[in-house]
Ligand binder design. Sequence first.
Ligand code: PMV
Length: 379
Amino acid sequence: MSIRQASVTAPVNIATLKYWGKRDKNLNLPTNSSISVTLSQRDLRTLTTASASPTFAEDKLWLNNKPESLDTPRTQACLADLRALRLQLEESDPQLAPMSTWKLHIVSENNFPTAAGLASSAAGFAALIYAVAKLYELPQSHTELSKIARRGSGSACRSLFGGFVAWEMGSQTDGSDSQAVEVAPLEHWPSLRAAILVVSDAKKDTPSTSGMQLTVQTSDLFQRRIEDVVPRRFDEMKKAIVAKDFAKFAELTMKDSNQFHATCLDSYPPIFYLNDTSRRIIKLVEQVNADGVVAAYTFDAGPNAVIYYDEKDESKVLGEIYKYFSGVDGWNGKKFDDVAEEQIPGVSRVILTSIGGGPQVTSESLIDEAGLPKSAKSV
Ligand code: PMV
């Protein structure tokens, strides 16, 4: 039986200049450009094996050991784009296997617990697109592939690169210039670290798509943000990254997180992603920065905090966080002297990680010779 397969890993990215707002929901075209830092795949990554065979009866996906539907408009759009590119190759070289017509079996796993409450759609879609692109031996660049990932989940386009990444919003109506590009590689600033504080929350967050739509339709502050603030910040943040100016990078990151959440509050009815624990973490970072900015918080569409800092300031930044969260999981044996009498409640674990590289091909396969998930639980 002829089964072709390719396996890759792809990283999580956390925006420092937020994407919030779609000008085209179907193509996932944003109302503003954004910038992110790619996190290390040692701690957070999706591993995906994509396989194709003339014997497969239908497209199938297994996610974290469970069968999942591929039948969503976004995933279908991604697969259609990838198949169209493969067909172009096959038409130019009749020797190639007609994989564009074969069904796909895709198996995907995260190395971080789903219970951690971290959005995994960016790494998931980036891995899916990259795995199928490798399987199909597509010659397209990462920037070209980012446009396909964008259709799966907007923020996924930025996970096609490591280091510091910009998603240029573009101006074309067909999305042909709405793509991710590298601002600086991992090697430019490898000492950048990230501490993620996983904040527990009872209620389900407003999904990003409907949240964005509500903000675009109802927030006045949002107009000011996309017309004036973000275009300015986009240039300033790229400059701060190139100059490795942490204080400036941090100021822009924190202000942008605050403004994104302000536009959520300015939506009608308002959307709340931050909770009391998130706000206490903001105050804590302010305390750390009291005599010089060494840490930057940022929050996405949920209460979890990501705190960026440079390795040289680790004992200052982590030491202060440890004081209030020494009892939670994830310190990996790290210990600091001071522990506050009163701990801040509401954090379930810390994840200590760093800036990381882009997607990679791996020899670790999740699919057996029969084209089924290797893990017994998965079938
Ligand atoms: O691509 P989505 O739908 O997961 O939206 C991501 C939106 C934010 O995480 C809040 C910001 C961003 O730029 O990643």
